[in-house]
Design a protein around this ligand. Sequence first.
Ligand code: URA
Length: 211
Amino acid sequence: MELHVADHPLIAHKLTVLRDERTDSARFRQLTDELVTLLSYEATRNVRTEPKVITTPVAQTTGVQLATPRPVVVPILRAGLGMLEGMLRILPTAEIGFLGMMRDEETLEVTAYAERLPQDLTHRQVYIIDPMLATGATLEMAIDFLLERGVHEVTAVCLVSAPEGVEAIQAKYDGQANITIHTAALDERLNENGYIVPGLGDAGDRLYGVV
Ligand code: URA
């Protein structure tokens, strides 16, 4: 497993405003969108391309285009939805699959309540988007859904990660699958309620309000 923690002053600045409890939902959505666009630039460094011959006004040349089959972006509902537009700004031709997952706030157990993915994902490059990598249980379940469908290469893009979650993913998949995590920050720890410290609270609630 590879872990990339962003090191850029613009990302650090935007994340600080995002974490602030006084930041309202409208601004939170805007900042999430901007952060994902910045993170996706690095996270897509491994996206596959193929040669493409074109003619400029001056000469013929060979450039590149995104290879087929197209990459797949999978937001984890509900909070991952807040990252979709920012990701698609970088990868506008990606196919989109959906996974709906919910964690029980008492037991921290995760259940899947929705799945809309292509049946066969063999050889597809998949980008999972989910703002918070806390215990790792949600990401683990999402990766397992994808591996069952033939995926070999998964990149997760997260805003804030906890060491516990990163270690859980590393322990489960090291040597088993090609997993890369891009995160804007690696925080201190999880608290007794499974929230990331210092974190930013409940990302879904902050994006969309409490439903
Ligand atoms: N999910 C969140 O939204 N926030 C956390 O801190 C942990 C999990």
